[in-house]
Design a protein around this ligand. Sequence first.
Ligand code: PLP
Length: 292
Amino acid sequence: MPRQITYLNGEFVPHEKAFVHVDDRGFTFADGIYDFILVHKGCLINEEAHLDRIDYSLGEMQIEWPLSRDDLKTTLREMVRRNELVEGFVYMQFTRGVAPRDHPFPPKDTKPTAVITARHMPFATWEQAAKGVGVLTLPDERWKRCDIKSLAILPNILAREKAVRAGAAEAWMFDEDGFITEGPACNAWIITKDGTVVTRHLDRAILSGVTRRKLRAVLQSQGITLEERKFSVEEAKNAAEAYLTNSPYLVKPVTKIDDTVIGTGQAGPVTLKILKAYRAALEEQCDTRSNQ
Ligand SMILES: Cc1ncc(COP(=O)(O)O)c(C=O)c1O
């Protein structure tokens, strides 16, 4: 495995030498955004959609792009190349930059900080991907702008930790009316007994997941009906099937919600059909290198 190389403000440095100043607003205030792109067969999966979301998050936070979109694309390819990344991911973090600690935005000429790291991670085999996981439901204690991929995700971390300590793989959070919002790092989906797929509509309560966005076309191609609406914890527990989505997991069957077994307790047939179709779409994306 090659030495891990990290991108920091225009330079490629050995990972162990990549340091950010203590006055960086990402460190003092979590004043920044991040994103994560899966790399499969050396290909940056759904790259444009991730860059669109970075653009949205930076815009909502009023942070300038630290480098142009085209330069970022070149840099991501360079990160894949220098880290000899075939299977893994690149993680990007952009903050409002370094300035003496004070709440208001720093002077206009403060440069945003850009960090990109790369990690190797095996692509799941079909058996691993198709294995169901349990989720724990918890109150959603986050802020009211979950549509922004902000660095401030402490409630997500606490929820995930609680889930893991309870023996679940993930958490699903619910709002004050008992409707599921999403997981700390994933979107939540159920399949009703008549085979309709349901996921919460986009609003400020959830992140617009790239996998969620891409899956809409996949569902359509499979002739599966999608309803974008709220669903309660109770409805989820009575669903025929359930799954969650994010960039590393793709489509992950959920076979238990709290103590309730979903369906037969095994990944359901509709979920597996969606997973299969989504994996095939990714392979096609890599083979055609349409996003390279
Ligand atoms: C809160 C939250 N929801 C949903 C997702 C899924 O997003 P994506 O499919 O783009 O990975 C993530 C991913 O990190 C997330 O952090």
